[in-house]
Design a protein around this ligand. Structure first.
Ligand code: CP
Ligand code: NVA
Length: 308
C-alpha cells in the first residue's frame, strides 16, 4: 500500500496534494475503514469553525478520538477570535498548544494566514472557495461503488460553489471526467477551472455547461449541493426559480448511466436541489458518503501527523 508522506503539511486546497498523494490517501482511508490499518496518535485537534457544521465537526472529532487523541472546540463565540483578536496572533498561540487545527471560515485568504503563522498542520474544513475534505470522502465513496475512479464521469448540478471547485480539482486529479452544469451567472470560478485543467490526468475532460440534460447523459455520478451556501441565506428564495432546472430528480437520473449513483454533501433541501425520491431511492449513496467523511479525515490526520 502506498502511504503518502504528508507529515507536517497543510491541506488548504485539494491541489496541495499531488494526484498520487491523493489516491494513496484514499487507499489509506479504505484500509482504515476495513480495519486493516490501526494507527494511533495521542494528538490534540483544534476545531475553529466560524460557520455551522454537523458532519465535519462530528466526523473530525470522532476520527481523532478513534486515533487516540483529543479535540478542543474553539467556538469563535467563546474565544477571543470572536472579539477581533487578529488571526496572526491567534495562529501563533494555538500553534503552541495544539498538534493539528481544522478551520471552517469564509475567506480562503484568512485560512492561508492561519497556516502561514502556525507550524502545525492546518486543514481546510470548508471555505467559500473550497471544501477539500468533503471531496476526499466523495472520491472514496465513488471508488467503493465502481472499484475505480479513472475514466468515470461525474456531473455536478447547481451552484458553482466551494464544493464544485474542490470536485473540479479532485476529479481532474483522479482522472475522472467532470461536467459542471449551472445557471449562466453561477458558473465556477474560471481560475479554479483553469487550475483543474492544468492538474488533470491525460485524457480527462472538464466541461462547464448550462444545459443540465446534456451534462448528465451517460454520467456515472450525479452530484448536487445547496443552491445558497452558508452566508448567502438572503439570496436563497430568489435563486429557487433560477436553479429549478438543475434539480436532481428521477427524470434526470433516468438520463444518466443505468448504474449511476446520486451524491449530496448535505445538508440537503428536499424538493429544491434534490427530490425526495432520489435522496431516499436505490441510487442514493448519500449516507455512505457522509460516513466516509470520518474515514477520509482520519486518514488525512494520521498522514499529516506522521502516524502511519
Ligand atoms: N457536508 C458538510 O460539510 O456538512 P456540515 O456542514 O454539516 O459539516
Ligand atoms: N456549499 C455549502 C456546503 C455545505 C457543506 C456551503 O458552503 O454552505
Amino acid at each position: 500500500m502506498g502511504i503518502p508522506n504528508l507529515k507536517g503539511r497543510d491541506l488548504l486546497s485539494l491541489a496541495d496534494l499531488t494526484p498520487t498523494e491523493m489516491t494513496d490517501l484514499l487507499t489509506v482511508a479504505q484500509a482504515l475503514k476495513q480495519g486493516e490499518l490501526r494507527p494511533t496518535c495521542a494528538s490534540v485537534l483544534g476545531l475553529l469553525f466560524y460557520k455551522a457544521s454537523t458532519r465535519t465537526r462530528v466526523s473530525f472529532s470522532v476520527a481523532m478520538y478513534q486515533l487516540g487523541g483529543q479535540v478542543i472546540d474553539l467556538n469563535p463565540k467563546v474565544t477571543q477570535v470572536g472579539r477581533g483578536e487578529p488571526i496572526i496572533d491567534t495562529a501563533r498561540v494555538l500553534d503552541r498548544y495544539l498538534d493539528i487545527l481544522a478551520i471552517r471560515t469564509f475567506a480562503q485568504a484568512d485560512l492561508e494566514t492561519f497556516a502561514n503563522y502556525a507550524e502545525i498542520p492546518v486543514i481546510n474544513a470548508l471555505t467559500d472557495l473550497e471544501h477539500p475534505c468533503q471531496i476526499l470522502a466523495d472520491l472514496l465513496t465513488i471508488q467503493e461503488e465502481f472499484d475505480t475512479l479513472q475514466g468515470l464521469t461525474l456531473t455536478y448540478l447547481g451552484d458553482g460553489n466551494n464544493v464544485a471547485h474542490s470536485l473540479l480539482l479532485g476529479c481532474a486529479m483522479a482522472g475522472m471526467h467532470i461536467n459542471v452544469a449551472t445557471p449562466a451567472d453561477y458558473a465556477p470560478d474560471p481560475a479554479v477551472v483553469q487550475q483543474a485543467q492544468s492538474l488533470a490526468l491525460p485524457g480527462t475532460k472538464i466541461q462547464i455547461l448550462t444545459d443540465a440534460e446534456a451534462a448528465v447523459a451517460g454520467a456515472h455520478v450525479l452530484y448536487t449541493d445547496v443552491w445558497a451556501s452558508m452566508g448567502q441565506e438572503d439570496l436563497a428564495a430568489a435563486r429557487i426559480p433560477i436553479f429549478a432546472p438543475y434539480q436532481i430528480n428521477e427524470a434526470l437520473m433516468a438520463q444518466a448511466d443505468p448504474g449511476a449513483i446520486a451524491l449530496h454533501c448535505l445538508p440537503a433541501h428536499r424538493g429544491e436541489e434534490i427530490s425526495e425520491g432520489v435522496m431516499e431511492g436505490p441510487q442514493s449513496r448519500i449516507w455512505d458518503q457522509a460516513e466516509n467523511r470520518m474515514h477520509a479525515q482520519k486518514a488525512l490526520m494520521a498522514c499529516l501527523l506522521g502516524a502511519v
